[in-house]
Design a protein around this ligand. Structure first.
Ligand SMILES: [Zn+2]
Length: 128
């Protein structure tokens, strides 16, 4: 463990300032470092959680999230009568969740109602 080394996010291509604190490389403290993985940024201006919020992705804290997604995808694939392969069903479920879940509201656990909404929406999306 190194002492108090701050990690900043790499500037986007074509920009000079780091997205975490808006400073250029020459403005950053001399011993700070630039890293590629946003999840490891410790600059303090933007946490990984905030990056997720800004990206528009649902914030999920449910520990069973992955297995729930798979179950829903399996259901979509089954309900499609074999027309939708499981991988495509999984994409549709993820997209449907982004549409159904209010922006910025964390998903702490899946309710039966939410699963029904996402499955219905995913079936429509997968049929396109
Ligand atoms: Zn920074």
């Amino acid at each position: 463990m190194t002492a108090a080394e701050t990690l900043h996010a790499e500037p986007e291509p074509g920009t000079a300032a780091s997205p975490c604190c808006g400073r250029t490389l020459s403005q950053l403290p001399r011993y700070d470092r630039i890293i590629l993985d946003p999840a490891q940024v410790t600059c303090g201006k933007l946490s990984a959680h905030e990056m997720t919020l800004l990206s528009g992705q649902p914030v999920v804290t449910d520990p069973n999230h992955q297995s729930t997604l798979f179950t829903l995808a399996s259901t979509v694939a089954m309900l499609s009568g074999g027309r939708v392969p499981i991988v495509r069903a999984l994409d549709s479920v993820s997209e449907a969740l982004r549409d159904v879940l209010p922006a910025g509201r964390p998903l702490e656990s899946w309710s039966a109602e939410l699963m029904a909404q996402v499955t219905t929406k995913a079936l429509v999306l997968a049929a396109r």
